[in-house]
Design a protein. Structure first.
Lengths: 321, 367
């Protein structure tokens, strides 16, 4: 079993913002959905923010496609967990809308309209794409500021963009603070950076598969996040860990008659061995521990599968305390 | 036997662009295609845009890859070279190439706004990848360039970056900013333009001043950039460039691959190849339901060993069947392309031997 870790047992209370990150294909969106359901089932009011508007997320959360696809979003789960307090609100944030929103709060709504309609926003975004990232993070910071017992939600979970872009997203406040010598853009960048570096407020949850290359990349990414960007990590989520103990035992005992059955058993056992080795490698290097999600032999990920994964998470979070 | 579509592809193409989401094996597919092409006598350079060390490690380059191609030791008729894109370095080189004087180049390279755009931020990387592709295509050492793109939504930016840059240079806001410099006045009076004054209030006057200074320093070389951007776009759209879409059976990567095929089509480009990677291997020819039935029968007969072995096959087949169903629409969307199905190994591809074996499987695939 994963080692005990206090961060893990308080995962949903330790920070107000969890950014889920990982390279494409590791199941980042699946993990975002499972974390959100697990948090709601333990009585948290969760705001899930998606940046690139992945169509699958609403469906994984049990809603229909298109739910939560707007800037204001939709409440798609409610009445869960202790006191039926748990809920999930899903919203999709784009840079253009975040800019209009921001300028609106500065009393510049008319300017916002004009900037968008004349195409100035497009020009600024092509010249300095990091401004997009900063606008999105600025909105997320605002939403994190609202989190708390008296606010509309307790916890914000961000389904981050895929690997490389996630790093440039998280790096953008510091990059902007270094480039811009003064003015509101700089102070905004510094406030966002400081929020992201505050481990009471923000933790990055990295997702990986239990295979050599994804784990190598996970270790590199963790180092960049903590040493260079200065954000705190949450437990690593290892997705799709296969355990087939009985098959492994038969293979280890030897003497299987040659044929498809034996080949299938050897393939499965060797894959389980790779998974075990890679999980051990993560365990040895992660200070915050790890959570593992089982390999699904159902063959597809739907809302039912997400509930199974959420329960697996809650079992481990419970066992860590 | 009909020759594999991928054999024709590596024999005929001048440029192969591998696209798809991250984690589907794009980089290894690019390396495997490059390796096979080299075996068939071509002089190949593989560029990876992914800053991870994966390709370097897999190719056995202990010092890693840099912005200049390095030759891989190989027993082959052709040659295999590899490099990793350094967007900042490439951007600096392009600025130097197009500048009229060393002073002009330096003024641009020292500008804080330039440093931000060139080295830190995402969009410029796609344009620089396209730019590097163009340069390598004109490099006489190579007759085939194989490139992996960033994860697919950004891969589209890679195709559109040249257009985006030339549109930007033609945009009237850019022309406004440039106007005073054209008139010989070196300092633009921000206060004189109400919209600039307001933008300055929001983003900070010095950001705007840096940006304007950058554009003014850029004056006169933007036409070089624009011409190049148009040439790069022409190259990416010509039939010398072939696109290989890579997917794994996960629903999100399938969605991305279909999105990519559709987007290519809107650019009137057809995907030449589809690689479906990481499929569950097949054991025997029956269905999962049949294996599950046999497993239950074995349990009733008290044969625990057969029960476990058959249940294992049932579980593997169940996943394989779901994958086949998920992949089917993608395969029909890629009609006309060479299609290869590659099966999962116990561990992922992370050394030269595995890349070579992947390459052989790719070339052996006959839809």
């Amino acid at each position: 079993m994963p080692p005990k870790s206090s961060i893990k047992s308080r995962l949903f209370d330790t920070a107000r913002l969890l950014v889920v990150a990982g390279k494409g294909g590791v199941g980042k969106t699946t993990v975002t959905a499972a974390l959100a359901v697990a948090a709601a089932d333990s009585g948290h009011r969760v705001l899930v923010v998606t940046i690139d508007g992945r169509p699958g997320l609403a469906r994984l959360l049990g809603a229909s496609d298109g739910a939560g696809s707007t800037y204001e979003g939709d409440t798609i789960v409610s009445g869960r967990g202790p006191g039926r307090r748990g809920s999930i609100h899903l919203r999709t944030i784009s840079a253009a809308e975040a800019l209009q929103d921001y300028l609106g709060t500065q009393g510049l709504a008319r300017l916002a309209k004009r900037l968008v309609s004349t195409g100035v926003v497009d020009v600024v975004a092509s010249a300095a794409p990091g401004i997009d990232d900063l606008l999105v993070l600025g909105k997320i910071k605002h939403l994190v500021g609202l989190a708390g017992a008296d606010g509309p939600h307790d916890l914000v979970i961000v389904d981050g963009p895929a690997a490389g872009h996630a790093l440039s997203l998280l790096r953008s406040p510091q990059a902007m603070a270094e480039t811009v010598r003064g003015g509101p853009l700089r102070s905004q960048a510094i406030e966002i950076r400081d929020m992201m570096r505050d481990s009471q407020k923000c933790r990055v949850v990295l997702v990986t598969l239990p295979e050599t290359t994804p784990v190598n990349e996970l270790l590199e990414t963790s180092a960049v996040l903590t040493d260079e960007i200065g954000v705190a990590l949450g437990p690593v989520v290892v997705n799709g860990v296969d355990h087939a103990d009985e098959v492994e035992a038969l293979v280890a005992a030897g003497g299987l008659a040659e044929g498809d059955l034996a080949e299938a058993a050897r393939y499965r056992a060797s894959r389980c061995a790779v998974h075990r080795r890679e999980v051990a490698r993560i365990d040895a290097t992660s200070d915050e521990g790890y959570l593992e999600l089982p390999y699904l032999t159902s063959g597809s990920v739907d809302h039912k599968a997400i509930r199974t994964l959420a329960h697996a998470l809650l079992d481990q979070i419970g066992s860590a305390s | 036997m009909k020759a594999s579509g991928f054999a024709t592809l590596v024999d005929d193409a001048s440029i192969i662009v591998c696209c798809g989401s991250g984690g589907v094996g794009k980089t290894t597919t690019a390396a495997a295609l490059g390796l096979e092409a080299a075996r068939r006598g071509r002089k190949v350079v593989v560029i990876t845009i992914d800053p991870a060390r994966r390709l370097a490690d897999a190719l056995g380059l202990a010092d890693g890859l840099g912005n200049d191609p390095r030759r891989i030791e190989l027993q082959a008729d052709g040659e295999l070279w590899a490099m990793m894109l350094d967007a900042t370095q490439t951007f600096d080189d392009v600025v130097r190439e197009h500048s009229r004087s060393a002073q002009q180049a330096q003024r641009i390279l020292d500008n804080p706004f330039y440093k931000n755009v060139a080295s830190r931020l995402s969009g410029s990387q796609e344009y620089m990848a396209a730019e590097k592709l163009y340069a390598l295509d004109h490099d006489e050492r190579f007759d085939l360039v194989v490139v992996d793109t960033p994860p697919s939504r950004e891969a589209l930016d890679f195709l559109r970056a040249p257009r985006k840059l030339s549109n930007f240079l033609d945009h009237r806001v850019y022309r406004w900013l440039m106007a005073p410099a054209r008139g010989g006045l070196r300092v633009l009076n921000i206060a004189a333009q109400p919209i600039l004054r307001t933008i300055g209030r929001v983003i900070g006057a010095d950001v705007l001043a840096d940006a304007i200074d950058f554009f003014q320093a850029f004056e006169g070389i933007e036409s070089g950039f624009r011409d190049r951007a148009i040439a790069v776009e022409g190259l990416l759209r010509s039939d010398r460039t072939r696109y290989v879409v890579v997917a794994s059976p996960r629903s999100d990567t399938i969605e991305e691959a279909r999105f990519f095929i559709d987007e290519l089509r809107t650019l009137t480009i057809a995907a030449s190849g589809l690689v479906v990677n990481r499929l569950q291997p097949r054991f025997g020819s029956g269905t999962s339901a049949a294996a599950r039935r046999d497993s239950k029968a074995a349990a009733e007969a008290g044969d625990h060993k057969a029960e476990v072995l058959l249940r294992n096959v049932a579980e593997i087949r169940k996943v394989a069947e779901a994958e086949e169903k998920a992949v089917a629409p993608l395969v029909s969307a890629a009609k006309g392309a060479a299609i290869a199905r590659l099966y999962l190994r116990a561990d992922d591809v992370h050394d030269m031997e595995a890349i070579a074996s992947l390459g052989r499987d790719l070339l052996a695939a006959t839809n």
